[in-house]
Design a protein around this ligand. Sequence first.
Ligand SMILES: [Zn+2]
Length: 185
Amino acid sequence: MADATDATGATATPAPPEADPVGTSLLAVRCPWCLADDDRVVDSRMAEDGAAIRRRRQCSDCGHRYTTFERIDEIPLMVIKRSGMRQLFDRGKLIDGLRSATKNRPVTEEQLEVVAREVEEELRVEGWEATSEQVGLAVLEQLRVVDEVAYLRFASVYKGFEDVDDFRREVGLLTKTTAPKRPEA
Ligand SMILES: [Zn+2]
């Protein structure tokens, strides 16, 4: 858990919108020394390579200075498509894709949610960007355990299968019980 000095806003009460116009003023953070709720920002600068904003604050009551950091709460996961375009990872869209891959298969909606969540978590562990290929492989890894038919259906879409040989190769991989081939990241 973060301590009081770096939890920007955690102890501050939200002011009415008119009183705190966006971009013009900052809420105070409770002073860790005297607990007064009245400070002023004496310095703001980029930190952590632009991922955070560091603010030096000075308590208007006791004069002590302290630092707060402002960071994005949940870093968005970006997917880099083959074309080079970046898109926000969309769990709902992934579930839609999983739903059609598992159509008429004994797979519950709940399992699809789990697969999508596992995929997202796995990608987040590796960073805040993933290629669409990485997404596809992460999905396949999960689907393989859930339902083999769905795995093959999804593989045919994600790997861009062109003919029956591709399918055969994939079935071969499946029956070997080894994980799908995964390029070294
Ligand atoms: Zn103080």
